[in-house]
Design a binder for this molecule. Structure first.
Ligand code: M6R
Length: 357
């Protein structure tokens, strides 16, 4: 039920702080340590390479997950689009672990890959919001994302929940491998939950950003580098699917290799800067677009912010920045769709779970 909310999407955006707290409580033991099934821990430890397979928003969460697992647990990870993997399977390592990321657990493209890799005898883990779903039943192991039912076609809370669970998995693996960890995901996710709340309380301001930048445009670009690039892919997908504005997410450095040709007077360019090592270079890329007439909207993180940034995110751990930076993007997409009088919860041509190939 959506209660007093006009749309499920807005309700689900607002639920994200609670989802984070729920995940913390489900994955914490009595000694405030990570609680995880021993068999799953062994499966991850035994893998020489992890393959994350997913579609749409879950694929975008998988890109962030790759970075987390590689940086924190130091296991190589590849993230693949399920429908591509199905017909264009890369060479696979000797002892792979396949992780299927899926809100619904019913996505046909992902299931196709699951069936294939099971036939080859590889180990499989499904990270899903619906335990008991097909992907969950058919994989060797399941991790639950505990986001609660997600009704709106545009995925929001399932995305942040998937990344939270992958962060916990990454740290658990690092601990099991005896690595010294200063990053405690259970504590840091609590900080993320508070930061999410600060942002979901800024609806009026984000509605204004949507009105100023997106109410008349036909297209929009999202640019970022490193983890911010992955969030830009997600921000663009949110905007496309519910507002029908043609939106693309780009790696900042890639713009000059072609896409910058599309920038003209007034083209909205949303820039994201939460990662210190690329802050200056992404700001340089923004300036290049402004010099060609772009209308810039900069989203940055406290400590990296500059005068004139449209949105400044409360500071959270770098590994978890994507969980926070996506919130203004979800809200901006929501309000852009509203201004354009689109059907926010049921966009045209889309289904909540894609159970055909
Ligand atoms: O249920 P899944 O996570 O497997 O679904 C994957 C995609 O179909 C889904 O994320 C889709 O891209 C959403 N509409 C995005 O908002």
């Amino acid at each position: 039920e959506k209660g007093t909310y006009p749309h499920f999407m807005l309700k689900e955006i607002d639920e994200q702080p609670f989802v984070m707290r729920n995940i913390i409580s489900k994955y914490k033991d009595d000694f405030d340590k990570i609680k995880l099934d021993e068999d799953i821990r062994r499966a991850v430890m035994g893998a020489d390479r992890i393959y994350i397979v997913a579609a749409g928003t879950s694929y975008h969460a998988g890109l962030v997950g790759k970075q987390m697992i590689e940086n924190i647990a130091e296991i190589p990870v590849e993230t693949h689009i399920a429908s591509e993997f199905l017909y264009n399977m890369p060479l696979v390592s000797e002892n792979p672990l396949f992780i299927f990321l899926s809100q619904s657990g019913e996505t046909a493209d992902s299931r196709g890959v699951l069936v294939n890799v099971k036939e080859k005898g590889f180990k499989t883990l499904t990270v899903t919001n619906v335990p008991g779903s097909t992907l969950s039943r058919e994989a060797d192991f399941t991790l639950h994302t505990f986001a609660g039912p997600e009704i709106a076609v545009a995925s929001t809370k399932a995305y942040t929940a998937q990344m939270a669970v992958l962060a916990i998995l990454a740290v658990d693996t690092a601990n099991a491998r005896g690595k010294e960890m200063s990053f405690n995901p259970l504590q840091e996710l609590a900080i993320v939950a508070n930061a999410m709340e600060v942002l979901t309380d800024q609806k009026e301001k984000l509605e204004q950003v949507a009105r100023d930048f997106l109410s008349v445009t036909r297209n929009a670009f999202f640019i970022g580098r490193a983890a911010d690039y992955y969030v830009c892919l997600e921000g663009a997908l949110k905007l496309k699917e519910i507002s029908y504005i043609q939106a693309e997410g780009f790696a900042g450095g890639e713009l000059k290799h072609g896409t910058i040709a599309l920038i003209e007077e007034g083209t909205p360019v949303i820039g994201l800067a939460t990662q210190e090592h690329v802050n200056l270079s992404i700001r340089g890329n923004m300036k290049e677009t402004v010099a060609r007439g772009a209308s810039p909207c900069m989203i940055s993180m406290e400590g990296l912010d500059d005068e004139g940034d449209a949105v400044v995110l409360p500071k959270v751990h770098t590994h978890l920045a994507p969980l926070v930076s996506v919130i203004p993007m979800q809200l901006i997409a929501y309000y852009a769709a509203l201004h354009r009088e689109c059907d926010v919860d049921k966009p045209r041509n889309l289904a909540k779970s894609v159970t055909v190939e």
